[in-house]
Design a protein around this ligand. Structure first.
Ligand SMILES: [Zn+2]
Length: 130
């Protein structure tokens, strides 16, 4: 990933995060973002990962920017919303076994879909008054 590609993806994803950070009411969280230009070593299909100490409302979000290059803004936004659900659900992610981790992931996927649908419905109502 060149410096130019890195800067382009970082700026694009940062803008999406700023949009959704307030919607998720994460102002009391201390989220440290790590922008990487390489793929995740353990799983090269991972776009981002959230880890942290929810007790202190502190977490990190590592973003593997090469994974976003082929995503349009809608797909990138879906990923960011998904990761932000992980932030909110960090207290439920502590000490999970494999089954629990799958349940947790399912919950984040389902919430992401619901949030996107609600957001889209809200836009439709604003545009068309339905
Ligand atoms: Zn996830």
């Amino acid at each position: 990933m060149t410096d130019k590609e890195y800067a382009k993806q970082k700026a694009r994803i940062k803008k999406i995060i700023e949009k959704w950070h307030d919607v998720f009411e994460l102002g009391q969280w201390d989220i440290v973002f790590y922008w990487t230009r390489v793929l995740n070593e353990d799983n090269p299909r991972v776009k981002a990962q959230v880890k942290g100490d929810w007790q202190y409302r502190h977490c990190t979000m590592e973003l593997f920017l090469p994974m976003f290059e082929d995503n349009d803004d809608i797909e990138a936004e879906r990923t960011i919303i998904h990761e932000l659900t992980h932030v909110l659900l960090l207290p439920m992610a502590a000490k999970l076994d494999d089954d629990g981790a799958d349940n947790h992931e399912y919950t984040c996927v389902s919430l992401t879909r619901a949030i996107i649908r609600a957001y889209q419905t809200s836009i439709d109502v604003q545009r068309h008054g339905k």
